[in-house]
Design a protein around this ligand. Structure first.
Ligand code: CP
Length: 306
């Protein structure tokens, strides 16, 4: 979570107030002067592939006047066996003020935070969390539903569909959306949406057809082949859990389609649904720089004060 030490590692455990403060800062991002992080260097430590998160953190840092350095596994001494913690300490010794960490190990961002004293932001760590993605999703949905004045999502129902058990996006969104008052239902086959997820404060369903007309937003998750999700037959998965054109047509009037990206078109979502009038997908992407600027500023400011 974001705290006085200047870390944003997870949403789980955060109260609604600090989440709403971050969202309000992102909503009001046009008020940033552009020199808030002048003199600060932000290191993007991306040990796993990314387009949206890496680019939007870079834009966010530059918007605040910070310098940015990119470090990846390939091409750095991590590929020679240096640990991520040693890499982080090495980079901090060069005067870096904030680290943005994407890695395949759950808890990897905390490992970096334990090794350094600068600001650390989790940009997605294994199956654990992807906190800025959830903030992006909450801001985008609040705007679409006309709730951006106070980010109160009471009475809003959101279905998260796919491999929720393996998804850091699902975990962060369950924590974020429920903290803001929304009801979240995870939907997928039992192996991907096990009833144990109820312990995170969400409902569980294995029946998308029964759910799709009852919610204000459907967030389709990417099937993560790299995390060895076993979906069985792709056609069967799409038939039961794909956000197809037919299912999207049965959504409530005014209900929204979301997806964190990247999309497997024709599997978890039909291309025309992802590109359609209900889709918030490009608005989610567009909110990335503002949300990440707000998160960077919050973490670096907290670090300066500690
Ligand atoms: N949503 C998301 O994290 O996308 P990237 O992997 O492209 O950063």
């Amino acid at each position: 979570m974001t705290d006085t030490a200047g870390r944003l590692l997870q949403i789980r455990g955060m109260r609604a107030d600090p989440i709403r403060r971050l969202l309000a800062s992102a909503r009001d991002a046009s008020a940033f002067r552009g020199d808030e992080l002048e003199g600060v260097t932000v290191a993007n430590l991306f040990f796993e592939d990314s387009t949206r998160t890496r680019v939007s953190f870079t834009i966010a840092a530059q918007r605040l006047g910070a310098a940015v350095v990119d470090v990846s596994g390939k091409g750095s001494s991590v590929s020679k066996g240096e640990s991520i913690a040693d890499t982080a300490r090495t980079i901090e010794a060069m005067g870096v003020g904030a680290m943005v960490v994407r890695c395949s190990q759950s808890g990897g961002a905390k490992g970096v935070a334990d090794a350094v004293s600068c600001a650390v932001l989790n940009a997605g760590d294994g199956r654990h969390e992807h906190p800025t993605q959830a903030l992006i999703d909450a801001l985008t949905l609040s705007r679409a539903l006309g709730r951006e004045a106070d980010f109160d999502l009471s009475g809003v129902r959101v279905a998260i569909v796919g491999d929720c058990a393996a998804s850091r996006v699902a975990r962060s969104n369950i924590a974020c959306l429920t903290a803001l008052g929304a009801e979240v239902v995870c939907c997928g086959p039992p192996g991907m949406a096990p009833t144990t997820l109820e312990g995170l404060g969400c409902g569980v369903s294995h029946d998308l057809d029964g759910l799709v007309g009852e919610v204000d937003a459907v967030m389709a998750l990417r099937i993560q082949f790299e995390r060895s999700s076993s979906i069985g037959s792709a056609r069967e998965y799409r038939d039961r859990f794909g956000l197809t054109r037919e299912r999207a047509a049965r959504m409530r009037p005014g209900a929204w389609v979301m997806h964190p990206g990247p999309l497997n078109r024709g599997l978890e979502i039909d291309g025309e649904v992802g590109d359609g009038d209900r889709s918030l997908i490009l608005r989610q992407v567009g909110a990335g720089p503002d949300v990440r600027a707000a998160a960077l500023l919050s973490c670096v400011s907290a670090c300066r004060q500690s």
